[in-house]
Design a protein around this ligand. Structure first.
Ligand SMILES: [Fe+2]
Ligand SMILES: [Fe+2]
Length: 279
């Protein structure tokens, strides 16, 4: 079996189609996207993105799996689809779009996978301020309406529209996953393991390190042969030697809309075909 790993897509449907084309072109039926997919179903654009991604995947005979990046509103996935796990435990967001909850494990062709999404947003403060600014603006508009004698309308508070409190994993998440995972061959995450040195890394900040430490603890405890992640928007490969064996780390690039200033960016670095199992 072959699968295609994909880096951040950020709701860019043109890029998602490009990734799906890359998979279909190689006869690959499963794409696994490593977070910052663009799950924004609280917005009309987000609904459209999911519908179009589903149709595009179906047209190519591909199923698109994803885990949660810091910019995916994963709490809403659990709210809406938590009671709809498919036969492998993924949450079915659309027929051809499946979400791997944080800590989910599964097996494809005898290879054991673990998904562990989440990361800290470097622009968290800006996002919270912007939510507050939008709320204040809506409240001012409502005051104008009321002053003009118009009936009262609901004022949206905008909390949870730009920043999602579930974005970062917790230490308890990591411990629970380590205790429950068993053997893991391939670890899929959004964030990087702390110990890699990708060269280009705008997320090498104190506020980002605790989550990277959680990913690193999982790598050290479970010793997967491969760990793949997105989030840095930068392609690199590195070998980590840990207490439970060597792990090849693959960091994938992102869609072009956020990559104009990434040194050496090539769009084809935002996906990676992977042979697993016997063939
Ligand atoms: Fe991203
Ligand atoms: Fe991210």
């Amino acid at each position: 079996m072959r699968i295609l790993l994909a880096g951040d897509t950020h709701g860019n449907i043109g890029h998602v189609r490009r990734v799906l084309d890359a998979a279909a072109g190689e006869g690959i039926e499963r794409v696994f996207q490593l977070g910052d997919f663009g799950y924004w179903e609280h917005e009309p654009n987000g609904v459209r993105f999911l519908d179009e991604a589903h149709r595009s995947a179906r047209a190519r005979g591909v199923t698109l799996y994803f885990l949660d990046g810091n910019h995916d509103k994963s709490g809403l996935i659990h709210e809406r689809y938590g009671d709809r796990p498919d036969e492998e435990g993924f949450l079915s967001v659309r027929g051809r779009i499946r979400y791997a909850p944080r800590g989910h494990t599964w097996e494809w062709d005898g290879v054991r996978f673990l998904a562990f999404g989440g990361a800290r947003s470097v622009d968290k403060d800006w996002r919270l301020q912007e939510e507050a600014r939008r709320h204040q603006k809506a409240a001012r508009k409502e005051n104008y309406r009321l002053a003009a004698g118009r009936p009262a309308e609901h004022v949206a508070d905008h909390a949870g529209t730009l920043w999602f409190p579930e974005e970062e994993a917790t230490d308890e998440d990591a411990e629970r996953v380590i205790a429950a995972a068993g053997r893991v061959d391939i670890l899929l995450t959004h964030d990087k393991p702390r110990a890699t040195s990708p060269g280009t890394d705008r997320k090498d900040l104190d506020i980002c390190h605790p989550n990277q430490d959680r990913v690193q603890r999982i790598v050290d405890a479970l010793g997967p042969e491969l760990a793949a992640h997105g989030h840095l928007h930068h392609r690199y490969t590195e070998l980590l030697s840990g207490p439970n064996g060597d792990t090849v780390v693959e960091g994938l690039a992102a869609d072009p809309s956020v990559s104009w200033d990434v040194p050496g960016y090539r769009v084809a670095d935002s996906w990676l075909g992977l042979g697993i199992g016997d063939d």
